[in-house]
Design a protein around this ligand. Structure first.
Ligand code: XMP
Length: 181
């Protein structure tokens, strides 16, 4: 796996530090929430970030999952997002925070936010582990961001290429000859 990565963009130590900081920022925003927090994670890329983040969040919470497909198989360019499995259960009147791995073109997050808004939560916030500012649309505001990164295809810490590399502990850049656009 190491041989397939041409450079480490963010190390596991940097990730661990930033996730702790992010959790503190998030906790600070929900100190007055009487309703309890519902975290809605977008599968599959956010699983590792989700697992780390929630264990640093001290408040009572529920977790919901939503499965979206955007990069089918051997692709590194989004082909339009599609909800494969929607959230089970109610979020009406609850404080909801969406968690995703990466904000690239914003198609995925927009789709999920539209779906959740229609279910009338009391509040709706967003948290992404990575953002590519070069591509992310300026009108799509995210409340909590782990790292801004350059516009390169990254893998690891939950992010995949063709369903591999999710277990790579750092954020790495895949060697260009291993993928096709
Ligand atoms: P959009 O363009 O909808 O993309 O904001 C969000 C989803 O696309 C995937 N994605 C990536 N996956 N490395 C990956 O492994 C990347 O560099 C990358 N950029 C986008 C990811 O699933 C994300 O939720």
């Amino acid at each position: 796996m190491e041989d397939d990565v041409c450079r480490v963009l963010i190390s596991r130590e940097q990730i661990a530090r930033r996730v702790r900081e992010l959790a503190a920022e998030i906790a600070g925003h929900y100190t007055d929430s009487h309703r309890g927090l519902t975290i809605v994670a977008i599968l599959s890329g956010s699983v590792i970030f989700l697992a780390d983040l929630i264990r640093h969040l001290p408040m009572k919470m529920k977790i919901g999952l939503i499965t979206v497909s955007s990069y089918p198989g051997q692709a590194t360019k989004s082909r339009g997002a599609q909800i494969l499995e929607s959230l089970r259960g109610e979020v009406r009147g609850q404080d909801v925070m969406v968690v995703d791995d990466i904000l690239d073109t914003g198609t995925t997050l927009r789709l999920v936010l539209d779906e959740l808004r229609a279910r009338q939560p009391a509040s709706l916030r967003t948290c992404v582990f990575l953002r590519k500012p070069a591509k992310a649309p300026p009108d799509l505001q995210v409340d909590f961001i782990g790292f801004d990164i350059e516009d390169v295809f990254v893998i690891g810490y939950g992010l995949d290429y063709n369903d591999h590399y999710r277990n790579y502990p750092h954020i790495g850049v895949l060697r260009a000859e291993l993928y096709r656009d």
